[in-house]
Ligand binder design. Sequence first.
Ligand SMILES: Nc1ncnc2c1ncn2[C@@H]1O[C@H](COP(=O)(O)OP(=O)(O)OP(=O)(O)O)[C@@H](O)[C@H]1O
Ligand SMILES: [Mg+2]
Length: 384
Amino acid sequence: MFDPTKKIGILGGGQLGKMLCLAAAPWDFKMCVLDAAPDFPAGPFCAEFTSGDFNNYDDVLAFGKDKDVLTIEIEHVNTEALHKLEQDGKTIHPTPSVLDIIKDKGLQKEFYQKHAIPTTDFRLFKDEIALVKAIEKNEITLPLVQKTRTAGYDGRGVAVLRTEADLQTKLLKGPCLAEALAPIQTELAVIAARNASDEVRVFPAVEMDVHPEANLVEFLLCPARVAPLAAAQAEALAERVIRAFDICGLLAVELFLTTTGELLVNEVAPRPHNSGHHTIDSADTSQFEQHLRAICNLPLGTTEQNVPAVMVNLLGEPGHKGPVQYDGVAECLAMSGVHVHLYGKALTSPFRKMGHVTVTAPTLEEAVATAKKVKETLKVVSST
Ligand SMILES: Nc1ncnc2c1ncn2[C@@H]1O[C@H](COP(=O)(O)OP(=O)(O)OP(=O)(O)O)[C@@H](O)[C@H]1O
Ligand SMILES: [Mg+2]
């Protein structure tokens, strides 16, 4: 039932939380946010802000008590408290059990294996020493991709190990997995949504161009420049994955389309995702509105895209750290089809996600050309 008096709690008050609050405003939903400080991105846009630590059992438990629906904008939250709240009858999407699987890349990979979801071959290790031993014994061979099981994000926690020398310089510490290095032709992402009535809708596949140095997505294109069949298969696979997890809400599925035309699931995120930001400006339903519809068991919105779009992440310039200043915004606003989204973070640092720009244009080629201009023009620097 549509009920704007419901209190929706979000664990995390970063940019995803901010954009969820903005999407909730037209429906008068009461968005409540838990994060460290009210000057975080979502702070000024929520009905209620609670200062606390979403990784702390007591803080999450206290926050959840008077909320009707709880959701997250980051997977790395205290799920023990969420399990307790769930036992007490709270509605939590995604569920704490799903979060427990997804926030551990090892358990995630085992889940794919169990459900026959295509993914790269992998092996789990108790730490990096055990991994090196397995390489020395020829049980596994280079090249491979090492990933820490928990707490990795934005490319941190991922090391591509190609040579013996890399084992000296790039090896990551702690419990990890080793994955086969996929021969990637194109990286894709598909955002699926499901509600408690078991309705599922999937946004069109997007192409993610990864910045080689920062290991962050640099450009995101929709529609993806792949064969229509590959896009359709990726979308069907995302539907299969959200059903396997039994999630209410969004599930962003990151995929590799390999040089041999195979589709492999890389990882998933049970929340709004960077690859869906363009939907705010290019689709009838934004991913944020879709997430709210899904977690409140409202009918899901149409996922058709109205116009080709390219999204550029606005990352802090290397060499700049401190109070933020945005250079070149006005010049970009003078270009047609440019939609600027700043996250309201007070401090910049190298490669920090400070905002994004979505460029819409009659053709994808035009959108790409303008997006490149935006990237050259708009710089996130430090004012001191
Ligand atoms: N098995 C693999 N084979 C080839 N490349 C890989 C593999 N796994 C990861 N990568 C590359 O590393 C990038 C980051 O990996 P992954 O998405 O697992 O990490 P992450 O830190 O969780 O990323 P993010 O938070 O940016 O989504 C991928 O987008 C891909 O470019
Ligand atoms: Mg990723």
